[in-house]
Structure formats: structure tokens, C-alpha cells
Design a protein around this ligand. Structure first.
Ligand SMILES: *[C@@H]1O[C@H](CO)[C@@H](O)[C@H](O)[C@H]1NC(C)=O
Ligand SMILES: *[C@@H]1O[C@H](CO)[C@@H](O)[C@H](O)[C@H]1NC(C)=O
Ligand SMILES: *[C@@H]1O[C@H](CO)[C@@H](O)[C@H](O)[C@H]1NC(C)=O
Length: 449
């Protein structure tokens, strides 16, 4: 009897707190914490020493001194503007962040309607935006801002009830240990054991991120990075085991296959509903993730394009992670701010169709104008991202019933409609569509299937 009891108890414990083993079969089976799918919109921030030259992109160091042959534009930029022999680490003292007001940033992110924020804790250059003990003199506390950027933003973001995530690059272009492991065909793991993993464990325990946006994985297999061992700890024993969400960049060949949600590739845009939860990361500046001093307005996504992209992504089951690159002074360029506040203004009226929605039976149709569908139970949302030229709108996909009711979000008055076929399709009489800066409108259809 005693024996049976012990067995029963053991089974109970195993059931209530599932433990994951360090292999993809087990790790991939972990359900995503629900906050992530409900959030839909996040803000991505690329900020680091690369923001100082602010030229080309956050890959500037690599394009200037890593790749062979180097990018002549970067070589010329340096020879024309900096003294001979100027080295990349000399940019760090100019990373002042003197205007960085984390509260202002967090207010802006909140106003954008985003529910989570992801900051680069460390990009491929290896500079950490926190006092990593494993990144001596190459972090934002020892040099540059002399400030814990990761921690200060964490506090402000969490204070606005937004979720906080950290981007971390596995590889570092020029780290000597990484370069020697690479030379050994990744048979040695000196970089992983003495730099990457201690730093990563430390980062998680210190800042308790709810999302780890892993990157820079592609040169080596996940076995080199010890990714499955790290993830098993993260999901089983870390202080964030119940809330943490991760992406899919954990080693060559992992993207779109293993991990938490899938990014697949930067700016991934699937044509139909993917089977697995995914996220589209994209940038207001279409040419760079990091700040560029010579950025031009025509190179930025306009608000309508952003809203259309957001609506399409959510209809296809994705989250939308929209990037801005702050200046080395700690300012978010006002044109970026305008876009973010514009998205927030649109979501204030139409967010009901976005947050916590699920993909519908059908994702889109093109009858009168392109329509993207989302749903919540028996309520279906149809978003138009083009203004119809006539006052009637045809929707062929919804199956109507006696109780079908149609409204325009932001306008409580029910709209007149009639069936196209018995119980299938409807023609909606549209009211005058109000001006919205996003140029997109959502119909709420109740009692349809
Ligand atoms: C944010 O900070 C204010 C002032 O310090 C505090 O009163 C409030 O409880 C905080 N809110 C959250 C969600 O942490
Ligand atoms: C790395 O993974 C190996 C097994 O593949 C394991 O023996 C080792 O303890 C791991 N090291 C760390 C620091 O996670
Ligand atoms: C709608 O039109 C777009 C662009 O022309 C096309 O790519 C898409 O397949 C169409 N969708 C449907 C459901 O007809």
C-alpha cells in the first residue's frame, strides 16, 4: 500500500510540473506561455556601439573589417571621417546615451499598443548593454553610457505592465575564443563554456526576461552552443521557467524547426497559415535595424504599410515585432515615434480584432477590397486595408444566420446587410468611413460561422 501511494504521488508530481530533457523532442513539446500569443505586437530595439558610426547598418563592423573583401562604402566612410588607425572599440566612449529616459521610451511603447519590448542585450559586436562580468571593459557600465541600460529599461517597461524580452547574439564576430573554436571546426567549445553560457545564465537570473530572442546561431550546430542543455535549464529550473518564451535561432538548421515560436527568417512573410506559432520581425527603417545617421524618410515604412503588415501577420497567426533604432544619445528618432503612436491610435479603435484573437477558418478574401480575417469565438473580424470605392462591401466567406449582426469598430450603430446566397456571404452597406491615419477599418461580425 505504501509503495502504491509513493508511485501515485510521484506520478502526480511529474504531471503537475513537467520536466523537459535536453533534446528537441522534449523541448519542442513545451506549450508556449499564453501571454505571448495574446500580445500580438512587440517593439524591437537595436541599440549598441554600432549606433555611434550609424552608417550602413548594425553590421557596420563586420562590413568594414570582417568580411572579405570589405564593403568599400564602409572603408571610405572611415577614411574620410576618422583618423588613420581608428579602431571600432574607440566608438564605445561616444555611446553617451545622455538623453536616455527609460520612462519616456516605455511611455512611447505603451502608447504604440505594444504588449512587449525586446532590447538587444548583446549584438554580434559582443558589447553588452549591462555589466556582464564576462565582457570586461566591453559593456555599457565600464564604458560609454556608464549605465545599466538593460536594467533601467526593464524597470520602466515592467512599470507600464509590458513584458520584457532580451535579444542575445550567440556568436561574436571577433571574440578570440569564438574565432579559435571556429578554426577547430567547432570541435572545441571554449567560447561557449567560458563566455557565452556563463553570461547567458547570469543575464537570465539578473533580469528575468520573459522572452529570449536568440540570434547569431547559424555558423555552428546547436550541439556546439549547448542550446538544448541551456533551454532545459531555462524551462525546468530558471527563475522564469513558467513565463519565458524563446524563438528558434539555437543552431544551424534550427530556424523554422525547433525552439519556442518561429521567426524562420528576418521579415518572414508566409503566404498561408503556418502550423506553428510564429513572429514577423521587421523594421520601420527598411534598410537597417540599428540607427543610421543618413536615414531618409522615403526609406521608412509609412503608417499604412505597417498597419497592413500587422493585420496580415495577425490574420496568419503571427506576432508582429516592430523595430526602432535609437541614436547613441538615447533618442528614438521622432519619425519612428510618430509611426509608433500612429499604430497605437489605430489599435485604440481596432485592437479588439488584434489582441488575443485567433486565426479564423479563412484568412483572407479579395471580393470588393482585400480583407483579412481574425476571430474570437463566434465573433469574426474583417479588416479592410483599402478604402472601397463604393458604399457596399461584399464578403463571400462568412456563413450568416438569423442572429448575424454587423458593426464597424468605433461606431456602435449596427450596419444593414443582406445575404448573397442563402446563409452564405453578405453585402454590407457601409457608413461613411472615418478618416484614420492607418487607412484600415474593421467590421465586427457577430453570429457568423
Ligand atoms: C510604477 O511606478 C509607480 C511609481 O513608482 C508605482 O506606484 C506603480 O505601482 C508602478 N506600477 C507597476 C505596474 O509596477
Ligand atoms: C554541454 O552539453 C554537454 C552534453 O552535450 C554536457 O555534458 C555539458 O555539461 C554541457 N555544459 C554546459 C555548461 O551546459
Ligand atoms: C488576394 O489577392 C492577393 C494579391 O493579388 C493574392 O496574392 C491572394 O492570393 C488573393 N487571395 C485570395 C484568397 O484570393
Amino acid at each position: 500500500m505504501l509503495f502504491a501511494c509513493a508511485v501515485f504521488l510521484g506520478a502526480l508530481v511529474a504531471h503537475t510540473s513537467a520536466r523537459y530533457s535536453p533534446d528537441w523532442k522534449s523541448l519542442d513539446a513545451r506549450p508556449l506561455p499564453s501571454w505571448y500569443d495574446e500580445a500580438k505586437l512587440g517593439i524591437f530595439i537595436h541599440w549598441g556601439v554600432f549606433s555611434v558610426p550609424g552608417f550602413g547598418s548594425e553590421w557596420f563592423w563586420w562590413h568594414w573589417q570582417g568580411q572579405q573583401p570589405p564593403d568599400p562604402k564602409c572603408v571610405r566612410f572611415m577614411s574620410e571621417n576618422y583618423p588613420p588607425g581608428f579602431s571600432y572599440p574607440e566608438f564605445a566612449p561616444q555611446f553617451h546615451a545622455q538623453f536616455f529616459d527609460p520612462g519616456e521610451w516605455a511611455d512611447m511603447f505603451k502608447a504604440s499598443g505594444a504588449k512587449y519590448v525586446v532590447l538587444t542585450a548583446k549584438h554580434h559586436e559582443g558589447f553588452t548593454n549591462w555589466a556582464s562580468p564576462n565582457s570586461w571593459n566591453w559593456n555599457s557600465v565600464d564604458t560609454g553610457p556608464h549605465r545599466d541600460l538593460v536594467g533601467d529599461l526593464a524597470e520602466a517597461v515592467r512599470n507600464r505592465s509590458l513584458h520584457y524580452g532580451l535579444y542575445n547574439s550567440l556568436y561574436e564576430w571577433f571574440h578570440p575564443l569564438y574565432l579559435s573554436d571556429k578554426k577547430n571546426g567547432f570541435k572545441s567549445q571554449e567560447f561557449v563554456f567560458h563566455k557565452l553560457l556563463p553570461e547567458l545564465y547570469n543575464m537570465v537570473v539578473r533580469y528575468r526576461p520573459e522572452l529570449i530572442w536568440s540570434d547569431g546561431d547559424w555558423e555552428a550546430p546547436d550541439t556546439y552552443w549547448n542550446s538544448t542543455e541551456f533551454l532545459a535549464w531555462l524551462y525546468n529550473d530558471s527563475p522564469v521557467k513558467d513565463t519565458i518564451v524563446t524563438n528558434d535561432r539555437w543552431g544551424a538548421g534550427c530556424a523554422c524547426k525547433h525552439g519556442g515560436y518561429y521567426n524562420c527568417e528576418d521579415k518572414y512573410t508566409p503566404g498561408k497559415l503556418p502550423k506553428h506559432k510564429w513572429e514577423k520581425c521587421t523594421s520601420v527603417d527598411t534598410l537597417s535595424w540599428g540607427y543610421r545617421r543618413n536615414m531618409k524618410m522615403k526609406e521608412l515604412m509609412d503608417l499604412h504599410t505597417i498597419i497592413e503588415d500587422l493585420v496580415r501577420t495577425v490574420a496568419l497567426g503571427g506576432n508582429y515585432l516592430l523595430n526602432v533604432g535609437p541614436t547613441p544619445d538615447g533618442m528614438i528618432p521622432p519619425l519612428f515615434e510618430e509611426r509608433l503612436r500612429g499604430v497605437g491610435a489605430w489599435l485604440k479603435v481596432n485592437g479588439e480584432a488584434i489582441y488575443a484573437s485567433k486565426p479564423w477558418r479563412v484568412q483572407n478574401e479579395n471580393a470588393t477590397v482585400p480583407i483579412w480575417y481574425t476571430s474570437k469565438g463566434t465573433t469574426v473580424y474583417a479588416t479592410m486595408t483599402t478604402k472601397p470605392s463604393q458604399t457596399t462591401l461584399y464578403l463571400f466567406e462568412p456563413r450568416t444566420s438569423e442572429t448575424t449582426k454587423v458593426t464597424l469598430l468605433g461606431n456602435p450603430k449596427p450596419l444593414q446587410w443582406s445575404s448573397i446566397y442563402p446563409n452564405t456571404g453578405l453585402i454590407v452597406l457601409l457608413p461613411e468611413l472615418p478618416f484614420t491615419s492607418g487607412q484600415a477599418w474593421t467590421l465586427r461580425l457577430d453570429g457568423v460561422q
